[in-house]
Design a protein around this ligand. Structure first.
Ligand code: ADP
Length: 487
């Protein structure tokens, strides 16, 4: 099948979270299954630099509204995935984060930046495409490309089948009503069964309304978002789509996240040869200025520091006291909300040698924490899929998670007092309150002090397969249900 992806991130060129990983790894896995995948992306500076010789294959002109004309360039990754780059210097040639300006606020022209991405995706998946390559399926990812199915609905007659994957329902791409015209959408699109959402224009709502199929990134999250409690205002709409809504768990890129082959680790290790893990713990302790000790348990965190991730529970006084009393060490890597960053920095200052906090984004340190920590902490309030808990399982670092979304689909709880691990691979807490997290950390600590039990727990995680082959097969099955060659 010919599949056109539309996404705002693709690792390693641009990544702020899981979406960037998925947009990189899933096309490779689909290509290996014999499909032809091209990924449509804004031509950010990093992409233009790496693919500076990418030829112009089309001019995108007269897109409607105030959307600017742009050039379409084509390139190919070493893995054989096609790249279609929308070259619009006015919109995309700028540094920093793809969504936020240097002041930490949304770029003021995000509606045009991702309006253009959506409009271009629709055009390439329609009878009017300037390319001879016609996809059978357009696969949109998150709000940034979710307006494409609305464009196809209102402006085109013979579109490809459209799948919208919601990686995180919290980001809905909402803009003022008066952006409708500039986006080149007709006035009639402003309605409850159009792009309107509580008196704003929502890219994501438009996608949920008009895609042929909607998927999310875990079966549990697909159920949760249909409930009023977790539907973020879209539960009713999503319930109405329940027959064409499903969840497919993300895979992980096992060429990047594999402790036996990981070039970012000082000591490789595997399920068969686990000894190297202890050397990684020592290297991590040394690097972060923690006391270098095998006999103290080390908890690790790699995360965006936002309300979603529930790490405020860990930064709380109650949890701090429990951690220090165990005693255990804590290594945190993350960035996000200023208040939470400050709380964690203060925590580290109060407990030098026992708590280390690194603010920022650091791929190398992320790998070292996954490998060097004994146990990973991820108490998310909601988690569409989550990748870090799967990395942790693969790295023999049993995770502590909340029973939500993809965490619930991947982590099996070790109950208190269990003498053998059975199928358990980690620790699950219920409510997002500090006592529940503390209880789970104590439970993990007790299990860690029982080496045979801990080895079973680690082995259960390291023995699971989380690669992309199975998810890619599930996506291909979905594509077959909705495919429709454009024109
Ligand atoms: P989300 O996409 O909600 O942020 P996921 O667990 O799905 O959460 O994916 C997060 C990805 O981003 C993982 O690959 C993780 O290792 C990475 N990551 C998050 N924060 C950092 C950081 N501060 N430094 C390095 N990598 C990070």
């Amino acid at each position: 099948m010919r599949i056109l992806f539309a996404a705002s991130e693709m690792a390693p060129w641009v990544k702020t979270g899981g979406l960037g990983d998925v947009a990189a790894a899933l096309p490779i896995a689909l290509t290996r299954l014999g499909n032809e995948v091209k990924v449509l992306l804004p031509a950010y500076p990093g992409l233009l630099k790496d693919f500076s010789d990418a030829p112009v294959v089309a001019e995108l002109a007269g897109l409607g509204g105030t959307l600017p004309d742009a050039l379409l360039r084509e390139a190919r990754t070493p893995e054989g995935v096609g790249l279609l780059l929308i070259d619009s210097p006015a919109l995309y040639t700028r540094g920093g984060n793809p969504y936020l300006g240097p002041d930490g606020r949304d770029w003021p022209d995000n509606v045009s930046r991702f309006g253009l991405l959506s409009r271009a995706a629709a055009l390439l998946a329609s009878e009017s495409s300037p390319l001879s390559w016609k996809p059978e399926v357009l696969h949109c990812h998150d709000w940034q490309s979710a307006l494409a199915p609305a464009y196809l609905h209102y402006l085109h007659t013979q579109p490809a089948g459209v799948l919208l994957t919601v990686h995180n329902l919290a980001f809905q791409g909402k803009f003022a009503r008066d952006t409708l015209e500039g986006l080149g959408l007709p006035a009639r699109a402003w309605s409850m069964d159009g792009v309107e959402f509580y008196n704003e224009l929502s890219f994501l709502k438009a996608g949920v309304q008009f895609a042929d199929w909607v998927s999310t990134v875990s079966p549990t999250y697909a159920r949760e978002i249909q409930t009023d409690a977790e539907g973020m205002g879209m539960a009713g709409l999503l319930r109405g789509r329940s027959a064409t809504l499903s969840g497919i768990l993300n895979g992980i890129d096992e060429t990047v996240w594999n402790p036996a082959l990981d070039p970012l680790l000082p000591a490789p290790y595997s399920q068969a040869k686990p000894e190297g893990k202890a050397a990684n713990k020592r290297a991590l302790q040394k690097k972060l200025g923690l006391e270098v000790r095998d006999d103290v348990m080390l908890f690790g965190v790699v995360s965006r520091l936002t309300y979603q991730k529930g790490l405020d529970l860990l930064a709380q006084t109650e949890a701090e006291a429990a951690l220090i009393a165990l005693p255990a060490q804590l290594a945190v890597l993350g960035s996000g909300e200023a208040a939470l960053e400050e709380k964690f920095s203060a925590l580290a200052k109060r407990h030098p040698g026992q708590v280390a906090v690194t603010l920022g984004f650091d791929e190398g340190l992320a790998h070292l924490i996954e490998a060097g920590a004994d146990c990973f902490v991820m108490p998310s309030r909601f988690e569409p899929c989550g990748l870090n808990q799967m990395y942790s399982l693969a790295y023999g670092t049993p995770p502590i998670v909340r029973a939500t979304g993809g965490l619930a689909d991947t982590v099996i709880d070790l109950p208190a007092g269990a003498r053998s691990a059975g199928t358990a691979n980690g620790f699950v807490l219920g409510p997002a309150v500090p006592p529940a997290l503390i209880e789970a950390m104590r439970r993990a600590h007790a299990a860690w002090r029982s080496p045979a039990l801990w080895r079973q727990l680690q082995a259960n995680g390291m023995g699971s397969r989380f690669d992309w082959r199975a998810p890619a097969g599930q996506y291909a099955a979905l594509y077959r249900r909705i495919r429709r060659p454009a024109a």
